[in-house]
Design a binder for this molecule. Structure first.
Ligand SMILES: NC(=O)c1ccc[n+]([C@@H]2O[C@H](COP(=O)([O-])OP(=O)(O)OC[C@H]3O[C@@H](n4cnc5c(N)ncnc54)[C@H](OP(=O)(O)O)[C@@H]3O)[C@@H](O)[C@H]2O)c1
Length: 241
């Protein structure tokens, strides 16, 4: 049975989720691409299939607990999950004084609670085999707060803290945990569409490249169990940090 990779948080083809899916397929895994939009998933499945890889699209909402649990069950039915990536986590900027509690809560639901549900279901499956890699996508907000980013920072820092706890609990049981801090904007459809001028001025070296990011995840995936990395941080050489 072919091993599977599950990527939750796959959107446009020129986006991180899609690049992670393509790279995971190149590792010989049957990739389960998951997000909320069937057409986006179909496009990524087509990219992988047309280059000889295996992929299946499954619609799931990370904040809907039963939907995320069903995703893991369906993936396991296709093949044992060897790589799982929690990539959902839109940016949630907002003025703190006027922010509704619901907005703050939604940031936490997408970035943190979704990661918990995904991790719990994935770990239960992986622990039966005492093998597998589970990686979470972080952002600058995972490491430090900034004005107008209280909701996003609280949520992403929570996800990072959870990843650290899981590493200490489950690595001794054979599961590799990873957290990747993407410290800056990504040169992908999200930034190019929302901030075209900014993307143009930043240029290829001013935003983080999708291929390099996706390769970092696969580097963690390929590590032998006697040399595991928990966290990587990625930024362009131009980043002032
Ligand atoms: N873009 C950047 O500049 C940047 C910078 C630093 C860190 N990051 C991190 O990188 C990750 C992904 O980045 P991205 O959003 O820019 O691009 P992406 O990987 O291309 O897209 C992620 C996709 O996740 C899906 N998604 C969102 N909420 C979901 C939910 N509740 N359940 C299931 N799927 C969901 C969305 O597609 P649907 O709407 O179709 O579901 C979204 O397009 C996030 O964790 C983000 O925090 C991004």
């Amino acid at each position: 049975m072919t091993k599977t990779a599950v990527i939750l948080g796959v959107g446009p083809a020129e986006g991180l989720g899609a690049y992670l899916a393509v790279k995971a397929a190149e590792e010989g895994l049957h990739v389960i691409v998951s997000g909320r939009t069937q057409t986006s998933l179909d496009a990524v499945v087509e990219i992988i299939s047309s280059s000889g890889g295996q992929a299946t699209g499954i619609v799931a909402d990370a904040t809907d607990l039963s939907s995320a649990n069903t995703l893991i069950k369906k993936a396991e039915a296709i093949g044992p999950i060897d790589l799982a990536i929690y990539n959902a986590g839109n940016n949630f900027p907002g003025n703190f004084l006027t922010m509704e509690a619901e907005y703050f809560e939604n940031a936490w639901r997408v970035c943190t609670l979704g990661g918990f549900v995904f991790a719990q279901a994935t770990l239960k499956a992986m622990l039966e085999r005492a093998a597998g890699t589970l990686i979470f996508t972080g952002a600058s907000a995972s490491m430090r707060g900034k004005p107008n980013f209280a909701a996003f920072t609280a949520a992403k820092a929570g996800l990072r803290a959870m990843a650290q706890s899981l590493a200490r609990e489950f690595q001794p049981q054979g599961i590799h945990l990873g957290h990747i801090v993407i410290d800056g904007g990504i040169m992908g459809e999200k930034v190019v569409t929302a901030y075209p001028k900014f993307a143009e001025i930043a240029g290829e070296d001013g935003l983080i490249g999708l291929t390099g990011i996706a390769e970092a995840y696969m580097y963690l995936y390929r590590q032998p169990r006697n040399a595991w990395t928990l966290e990587l941080d990625l930024r362009t050489h131009k980043e002032n940090f």
